[in-house]
Ligand binder design. Structure first.
Ligand code: NAD
Ligand code: WQD
Length: 340
């Protein structure tokens, strides 16, 4: 059944792809974002791709009254909450800013939902809550232990949601722990547009392939993995978007948590080689020292989401990187087309 869904952080990378998928499924989407890490160009692209004049409010979730006004204006029935700060290194340097933004925005959101009798919430958590995993692949029941303030905010928000749902049985909350989102919309017009030097591997590799940067620095080849480089569970952002639809469609009373991953691991060298293959461009790299805080392998056990949400991530690494390359090659400077 068609719903009116508030998407916080809907101008961002994952939110924008999910906003398109929700609209294509017939839902009415309302977006709020303060454009702190995104651009109005993403909103324009969402509108163009869907052919819908999707309402957008430039609102900071730290401003609870402004957020409340959005609930007053639209008949919102459920919320998907992407908005927040997400850079691990920055969170170590500016922990207060991360705790302030991620925790207070979420508490404002939960309060406004309660005030407006909106009880369905899907929240962007992260595999980062597992820290250095003891079991591979990682089930939702694994021990948590984030190793940085960003990861702590995700776990604290999960706990807040669990407490809120336990106190009032009208709440229906799904916490989604994403593994490593990559890829882009097949149109090549919606994608990941990091500000400054990318922290994550795939955007960095794409900028090397397109000629914006000289080489990829590979953070160590002495890890306990098949080729010595770090292994991750990359997941296509479209599979992630469909995971949010599945989570909403199967949401139940209380608060439940799901891994969203493929269950397949790829090394840094797999990513580099596959990018060379799909782009036809050379991707020079150099092995350097390990990055502080990194782990050897992160791999989801996605069976709970497969079974309970009837959802599966189907797209393989080649499709993910081909779509990332399509976006990067059409928009070498992201949404800021005029930049050099
Ligand atoms: P993103 O930065 O592209 O999107 C987040 C959006 O939230 C941005 O558009 C930003 O402007 C907005 N925002 C930030 N603070 C805000 C505030 N106070 N008020 C209103 N809007 C605000 O990030 P993304 O990769 O799309 O990630 C979306 C969510 O998924 C985040 O919560 C992130 O922590 C989580 N997540 C991301 C990854 C990843 O690797 N991309 C992995 C796991 C979890
Ligand atoms: C992947 C692999 C690196 C860059 C981070 C966050 C996590 C989540 C997703 C939000 C690792 C290697 C990387 C480079 C490299 N975000 N690498 N050279 O570290 O798994 O997860 O993003 O929730 O919280 O920690 O992803 O893309 O940074 O790294 O060799 O220039 O690539 O060592 O093995 P990571 P990543």
């Amino acid at each position: 059944m068609s719903q009116t869904i508030l998407v916080t952080g809907g101008a961002g990378y994952i939110g924008s792809h999910t906003a398109v998928a929700l609209t294509e499924r017939g839902h009415n989407v309302v977006i709020v974002d303060n454009l702190d890490n995104s651009s109005i160009g993403a909103i324009e692209t969402i509108r163009r791709l869907t052919g819908k004049e999707i309402p957008f409010h430039e609102v900071d979730l730290l401003d609870s009254d402004a957020l409340g006004a959005v609930f007053d204006e639209h008949p919102i029935e459920s919320v998907i909450h992407f908005a927040g700060l997400k850079a691990v290194g920055e969170s170590v340097e500016k922990p207060l800013s991360y705790y302030q933004t991620n925790l207070i925005s979420t508490m404002n959101l939960l309060q406004q939902m309660e005030n407006h009798h909106v009880w369905q919430l899907v929240f962007s958590s992260s595999a980062t809550v597992y820290g250095d995993p003891e079991i591979l692949p990682i089930p939702e029941s694994a021990k948590t232990g984030p190793t940085n303030p960003y990861g702590q905010t995700k776990l604290m928000i999960e706990d807040i949601c669990r407490d809120v749902a336990a106190a009032d049985d009208r709440w229906q909350i799904s916490l989604l722990r994403y593994f490593n989102p990559v890829g882009a919309h097949p149109s090549g017009d919606l994608g990941e547009d990091p500000q400054g030097i990318p922290n994550n591997l795939v955007p960095f590799v794409m900028q090397v392939a397109v000629g914006r940067r000289e080489q990829v620095n590979v953070f160590g080849n002495d890890w306990d993995t098949s080729d010595g480089t770090g292994v991750r569970d990359y997941i296509h952002v479209l599979d992630l978007a469909s995971g949010h639809l599945a989570a909403l469609e199967n949401i139940e009373a209380g608060c439940d948590v799901f891994n969203l991953g493929t269950g397949n691991g790829s090394s840094v060298l797999d990513v580099i080689k596959t990018t060379e293959h799909v782009s036809g461009q050379a991707v020079p790299f150099e092995i350097i020292e390990r990055r502080e805080g990194d782990i050897a392998t992160s791999l989801a056990d996605p069976r709970k989401a497969n079974d309970k949400l009837a959802w599966r991530a189907d797209r393989n690494l080649e499709v993910m990187l081909a779509d990332s390359w399509h976006w990067q090659s059409r928009h070498p400077n992201g949404y800021a087309e005029s930049e050099s």
